[in-house]
Design a protein around this ligand. Structure first.
Ligand code: PLP
Length: 347
């Protein structure tokens, strides 16, 4: 096989991932699991799971059975749950793989009772989000009687904001814990963990903050950046004063200007909204983005980096909270949008 080097890559920081997981376990006052759906929020679920499992993380969550199957075989001692539960077409996967469904409706519970009955499952209770989960009155009405429930979950709708809904959900979940037997109880995502150990119960389920996202002010300065996109310079050029760069000619050179054209664009999830304030770094120097982002290309003003040459790697500015604030994208979108052309490498 020919070995072809990728011209764009994601630098993934192992130590930062583990630091974030440990901080979240401490802040939440409970054992911390990990949400690794959407291919580990774009980092690569298998590598994230391998690293966290080696550090002692035991509970992992993906969205669906395709994601679960891709993670086989699991590391020893690890449990994997599928957050969307079992649809009609999922039963073979659910009975074959060493993975638990998170049952989310009366229909799914009936399906599980008919075939999987004695087997362990997780259950999602809806405490006010009205997304997935059994209604509280359904759960209290006996819908779960006789099921071997491992983890009983609920999910917070507004924990990243100041909202009275969050405390209402906490109270509803505490009442459910007292009424419904399960081996363990789990409520908090990343933002919920920042609210302190009242929200921790037995197990937390961080996603975003593991990967460098800062869901609330309490985590600022604690969570470390994990993901840094890097793109290669394809061409250096000098744009004469007054000439423009890129589609729509939106940027004109104020003077003769060195410009670096790099190997990344909106097809890689680096969307056009970065044009306003995006940038890159090379050897500590800042290179502002100029003009529009193209499908596979983006240009930077290289005035501050006189030694920069074709083939050099630029590190793209991608600190999640600030990039979200200036781009209008959420920190979740910034992570999960990163495309398949990036080669993921861990340091
Ligand atoms: C995605 C998800 C999480 C993780 O949420 P973050 O906000 O990324 O920490 C936890 N629980 C459930 C049910 C989820 O769907």
């Amino acid at each position: 096989m020919i070995d072809i080097a990728s011209p764009l890559r994601l630098r993934l920081d192992s130590a930062a991932l583990l630091h974030n997981w440990r901080w979240l376990a401490k802040a939440g006052g409970a054992e911390a699991g990990a949400a690794i759906k959407a291919d580990g929020y774009g980092l690569g679920a298998r590598e994230v799971m391998r690293r966290l499992a080696a550090a002692g993380c035991r509970f992992f969550f993906v969205a669906n059975w395709v994601e679960a199957a891709a993670l086989m075989p699991l590391p020893a001692g690890v449990s994997l749950s599928v957050l969307h539960g079992v649809g009609d077409g999922d039963m073979i996967a659910a009975l074959t793989l060493p993975v638990r469904p998170v049952l989310v409706s009366i229909e799914q519970i009936a399906r599980w009772r008919a075939i999987g009955s004695g087997r362990a499952c997780d259950v999602m209770i809806d405490t006010g989000m009205n997304r997935l989960g059994l209604r509280v009155e359904e759960a209290r009405g006996g819908a779960l009687d006789g099921l071997a429930v491992e983890t009983l979950l609920s999910h917070l709708a507004s924990a990243d904001e100041e909202s009275p809904q969050t405390e209402r959900q906490l109270e509803a979940f505490a009442a459910i814990r007292d009424a419904i037997p399960a081996r363990r109880y789990s409520l908090a995502n990343s933002a919920g963990i920042c609210l302190g150990s009242d929200y921790g119960f037995d197990l937390t389920r961080p996603g975003l903050a593991l990967y460098g996202g800062v869901p609330r002010a309490e985590a600022a300065g604690q969570i470390r950046q994990v993901v840094s996109p890097e793109a290669r310079v394809l061409q250096m050029r000098t744009v004469p004063a007054g000439e423009t760069v890129g589609y729509g000619a939106t940027w004109a050179a104020p003077r003769d200007c060195p410009v670096a054209v790099a190997n990344m664009g909106y097809a890689d999830g680096y969307l056009r909204c970065h044009a306003e304030a995006g940038g890159a770094r090379w050897q500590g120097q800042a290179l502002p983005l100029i003009g529009r982002v193209s499908m596979d290309l983006v240009a930077f003003d290289a005035s501050a980096a006189p030694g920069l040459a074709e083939g050099d790697w630029l590190t793209i500015d991608y600190e999640l909270p600030t990039t979200a604030a200036r781009s209008g994208l959420s920190q979740y979108e910034l992570l999960t949008g990163l495309g398949s052309r990036f080669e993921r490498y861990w340091v």
